[in-house]
Design a protein around this ligand. Structure first.
Ligand code: OMP
Length: 238
């Protein structure tokens, strides 16, 4: 998990995934299956990506009452993915229930997937958080608070922007996972993301894993883009 580059497969059907992954067939990737793809193709897409040899972060961001999240996680555990997530805003009891569900659902002998919690989405600015969610503290404080709550609930880490990762790691410890989306190489289109960072900045902050979608999937040459982002992330001199 540490130092991974996770490619977000935000595609609407299996054929697009097959086409995208074809040139990567000799490389073991970690990919993210999110709601667009999972809602379209169901659990079968997870199976087919696993058969292709890749690791999977199943990003469905569960956020509901504890009992419902527990049941949802129990079902997801059977898919044999490597990482799942919830929204920390669902609260400590909900996060504890998520873990219980996962542990009760895993196939015997299989390692429990990492379970992490989204703090503040990287598409949220401090101004939006304060005026729309009515959270009256600085954004970094809200993210750190959610990270501490996540740690207390026993989860493995958080989703946060690279801008908050250093603070979280120094306060909670280096074993706590920080998974950062909103990654944009210099000059790349930012789109709907608000708290963005370059792969190099993420590495310097000690981020555990970066999540990259459109800068690779929409690139004219996805392989070239993947290699260049990976090199920047790993600190390989170009
Ligand atoms: O949980 C996530 O993966 C996630 C959390 C977050 O705060 N921000 C965020 O962008 N993501 C996901 O990370 C991916 C980022 O994609 P790009 O903006 O295209 O690189 C998307 O699939 C989002 O769903």
């Amino acid at each position: 998990m540490k130092n991974s580059l996770i490619i977000a497969l935000d595609f609407s059907d299996k054929q697009q995934v097959v086409n995208f992954l074809q040139p990567f067939k000799h490389e073991k990737l970690m990919v993210k299956v999110g709601m667009e793809l999972f809602y379209a193709e169901g659990p079968a897409i997870v199976q087919s990506i696993k058969e292709a040899g890749h690791d999977i972060f199943l990003d469905l961001k569960l956020h509901d009452i504890p009992n419902t999240v527990k049941g949802g996680m129990k079902s997801l555990a059977r898919l044999g993915v490597d990482m799942v997530n919830v929204h920390a805003a669902g609260g400590r009891e909900m996060m504890e229930a998520a873990l219980e569900g996962l542990e009760s659902g895993i196939i015997a002998g299989v390692k429990r997937p990492y379970c992490i919690a989204v703090t503040q989405l990287t598409s949220t600015s401090e101004n939006q958080m304060q005026t729309e969610q009515l959270i009256g503290v600085p954004l970094q404080e809200s993210v750190l608070h959610y990270a501490e709550l996540t740690k207390q609930a026993g989860l493995d880490g958080v989703v946060c922007s690279a801008q908050e990762a250093g603070l979280i790691l120094s306060s909670i410890g280096k074993d706590f996972l920080t998974v950062s989306p909103g990654i944009r190489p210099a000059g790349n289109v930012v789109g709907d993301q608000k708290r963005v960072a370059t792969p190099q900045f993420a590495r310097e902050q000690g981020v555990s894993a970066i999540v990259v979608g459109r800068p690779i999937t929409l690139a004219e040459n996805p392989i070239e883009s993947y290699v260049s982002i990976k090199q920047e992330w790993e600190g390989v001199l170009l």
